[in-house]
Unconditional design. Structure first.
Length: 403
């Protein structure tokens, strides 16, 4: 579960990792700006990257400028999320930027620290330019980092002199947070050396194991509770949760995924990506869902403005093909959707399901003209490739006016 930047920095500050002075502000708490030390940086609190390029990180020299930025930033949609809060921090003069993170190597089954003499950009970009500059230090589970090890890490990335003691302590404190709070990731990027030789965590990212939160009551004291894996739910995810539908939006996708169980839902996403398509969601419609729930699932995809075409697949087991067919047919008759659907059906009650579709196509040819149902004789890969081709043939909604 990802923490907001301001939550991560609050945890840092409590445990000895220095951060710039700042306040968290929304439209109802503008008076918090009276505590700010200007000039400041106003930073939207969202989980997606690219805040700077999106105009969601701005500097302000006084309170009036800060208020203007806050009013312009709060309410903006960034990816699938709306900005609700901003972090207003004292602007620091950065002399040098470094990268520091603690995480888990899933192949080695060990925690490690990743450090780099370059910071401020994605570590993946650094790796592309100079892979050797990324240094890794492995530790046995449960072991602490000794001061001499922390000092070596600092020296390896070029921190010396007056900043050495600060760096060693910050490395030890950051790793202790990683271990004690059952984190998946603790990242400081950049770890900034200021012009007055102070080291600060200018940006912070913490991803914790939601299932272990009961072991850390301090998080609850800080107002941090278990929530969606990445911290927020989109409006469709909120609606799906109320309906009891396992559903996750995928950013940038244009193919709605209407699969059977969760396993095939994941496989469908992988297959669509393998053939260079863009899945718009994960969904689980297994376990013999009711007709109402199946129609609600399809409605989530149809109502998504980014979805151009829908890929559906049902391998009938407990969830029968005829029940699935009834739900799709009834939804189409009731709602008259305009998006093409390319589907494949096989397994339990397949023949009965096929007859339901054939009758519907005969009775409502106009409604079903963009809906194709394939049998087990057609490889699933071919169905996915056709869905991708159809999605690509439909112009983006923001370019339709130019055609």
């Amino acid at each position: 579960m990802r923490l907001y930047e301001y939550e991560a920095k609050k945890l840092f500050k409590r445990h000895g990792v220095s951060v710039p002075d700042g306040v968290i502000v929304d439209k109802t708490t503008i008076d918090e700006l009276n505590k700010a030390v200007f000039p400041v940086v106003v930073k939207a609190q969202v989980f997606l990257g690219g805040r700077g390029k999106a105009g969601l990180v701005r500097t302000a020299n006084n309170k009036d400028e800060a208020i203007d930025h806050i009013n312009k930033i709060i309410g903006i949609k960034h990816g699938p999320f709306f900005v609700q809060k901003v972090l207003v921090e004292r602007k620091v003069n950065i002399k040098k930027e470094y990268y520091l993170a603690a995480t888990i190597d899933r192949l080695e089954h060990k925690p490690l620290i990743i450090a780099c003499p370059e910071g401020g950009v994605d570590i993946e970009e650094i790796a592309k330019k100079n892979k050797k500059s990324i240094l890794k230090y492995y530790f046995n589970p449960g072991h602490k980092i000794h001061e001499f090890t922390a000092r070596k890490i600092a020296a390896d990335i070029g921190i010396h002199g007056q900043a050495m003691d600060q760096a060693a302590k910050m490395i030890q404190h950051a790793y202790r947070i990683f271990i004690e709070f059952d984190c998946k990731l603790v990242e400081i990027n950049p770890l900034a050396l200021t012009d007055n030789a102070q080291l600060l965590a200018v940006d912070a990212k913490i991803d914790i194991d939601e299932d272990a939160m009961f072991r850390n009551p301090e998080l609850k004291e800080m107002g941090i509770f278990a929530r969606h894996e990445i911290g927020e739910l989109t409006e469709r995810e909120k609606k799906a949760k109320i309906l009891g539908i396992p559903y996750v939006d995928l950013e940038g996708g244009d193919i709605g995924v209407f699969p059977g169980g969760a396993g095939f839902g994941i496989a469908a996403i992988d297959l669509i990506q393998h053939y260079n398509g863009k899945p718009a969601n994960f969904m689980d419609s297994g376990g013999a869902p009711t007709q109402e729930k199946l129609r609600a699932m399809l409605g989530l995809l149809i109502d998504n403005p980014d979805v151009k075409a829908i890929f559906g697949a049902r391998f009938g087991g407990i969830s029968r093909c005829d029940d699935w067919a009834k739900a799709v047919v009834q939804y189409v008759i009731d709602n008259e959707p305009q998006k093409p659907m390319i589907m494949r059906m096989a397994g339990n009650m397949e023949e009965e399901g096929r007859k339901i579709f054939e009758q519907a196509i005969k009775d409502y040819p106009e409604l079903f003209k963009d809906i194709k149902i394939y049998s087990v004789n057609t490889p699933i890969e071919k169905v996915i490739e056709e869905t991708i081709r159809i999605a690509r043939s439909i112009p983006d909604k923001n370019t339709q006016g130019d055609l």
